[in-house]
Design a protein around this ligand. Sequence first.
Ligand SMILES: [Zn+2]
Length: 299
Amino acid sequence: MKVGLRIDVDTYRGTKYGVPSLCRILSARNINASFFFSVGPDNMGRHLWRLLRPKFLYKMLRTNASSLYGWDILFKGTFWPGPVIGKKTSDIIRSARDAGHEVGFHAWDHHYWQAHLDNMTYSQIYHSLNRGVELLTQILESPPICSAAPGWKCNDAVLSAKSKFPFKYNSDCRGESIFYPVVDGKRLRQPQIPVTLPTYDELIGRNGINNENYNERLISLLSPEKLNVLTVHAEAEGIALHDIFQRFLDLAKERDCSFVPLGALIDEASGIKNGTIAAKEIAGREGWGACQSSDAAKG
Ligand SMILES: [Zn+2]
């Protein structure tokens, strides 16, 4: 059974400490994955604090956010402008590519995108993408080959803007099957590879799931008949959840799972259908996220 492994890197701390640690974990197991980097200012502290509503506070406590993310992430960009991640960590980003991983673009300013996408115009969206892709291209000396929208915040304007970049595919939504998005009646040429599995912070603390039974639960959600795409975070699985994640990889291997970069899933997919995305609530997650519409999933 193939499992597409996607690693989102949202912060300076995640890039600096989480990425090298994940690269070691993966190389010890001969696994290649897809890394999606945020390269602009790290204002994620601002993001976490602006969500201080009862529901989010409960989630912070439920996931023990300070030990999961570290206090420095919680304050990053709150009192002073956050560091431009790509400028400080270019060697780490290159080293992930040099280790054989697929390298994609995640965000210019992860916090800004997540908080403001609803009110961004097409041209603001395009410029935010372009700023990040330019810096990542400079770092890699070639353009990133794929992209993934922060926090599954994606709409038709984002899909149209992304079609102007040389991405081989995008992974911007949750869903069940690889599809070609249709926007304004036109099929875009970049396939969409949806994430099919929940993230750690969506599962933990709900329905009796804790760190002891988390891996078993996640493995029970994998299916040989379906598309399997998992997202982990450099900030979480690369740092505080490092041991749990290693055990997950080993358990999954015992069950005949092999992990691949997302791009490898396209080569295997046959008869990719058209589809659309729609904003929906995702269990365990704040606000809306882009989901493959049920019509598209049925195909
Ligand atoms: Zn992210």
